[in-house]
Design a binder for this molecule. Sequence first.
Ligand code: ZN
Length: 227
Amino acid sequence: MGYRMLKNEKAIVVFSGGQDSTTCLFWALENFKEVETVTFNYNQRHSLEIEVAKKIADELNVKNTVLDMSLLNQLAPSALTRDDIEIEEKDGEPPSTFVEGRNLLFLSFAAIYGKLAGARHIITGVCETDFSGYPDCRDAFVKSLNVTLNLSMDHQFVLHTPLMWLDKADTWKLADELGALDFVRNKTLTCYNGIIADGCGECPACVLRKRGLDAYLQEKNDRVEKG
Ligand code: ZN
């Protein structure tokens, strides 16, 4: 992947226990000598997310630190943080699961944590390909923040976004290449209704996840048949 030279360094993964950040965690374990995870508690709809993240980190023998971000819920109520807001997506606007400024805050806090923990590499699973209208998932935002973080802390951070240009099928492919397809499929939580693995099958997150997995498995199958 071109990151072999970083094998000696330490990295922090912004980790939610979902498909994307778990794939990023496997990617980090492949590319860095030492890896830690940080998980944010913003009173998300499913506190289960925090338990799942802890469990996965434990299983992979990786340190997990939960940082309290409950102020985000106070500032940016959304369907991810409030049970009384319906999950819906309307054309031309961010879905009701959007939490304003979330990645700006998460990456900034992860960087502060990272600097104090002796790491300059910060890894996040944000993705512009199917960014669902979330402005702080875009590549330009991440690059801009990288410069700002370096200036603000006088440190040479490198923000890594291994999923930035992948679609959901490619993300499954990356998990497979990292030897983690079954792990990611069976142990991660993406479902808005809080069901791990293949989830409820009906919420927008499950539909997206399944569509990607089906496309990838189909592609893999076609490849095998063609030999
Ligand atoms: Zn679901």
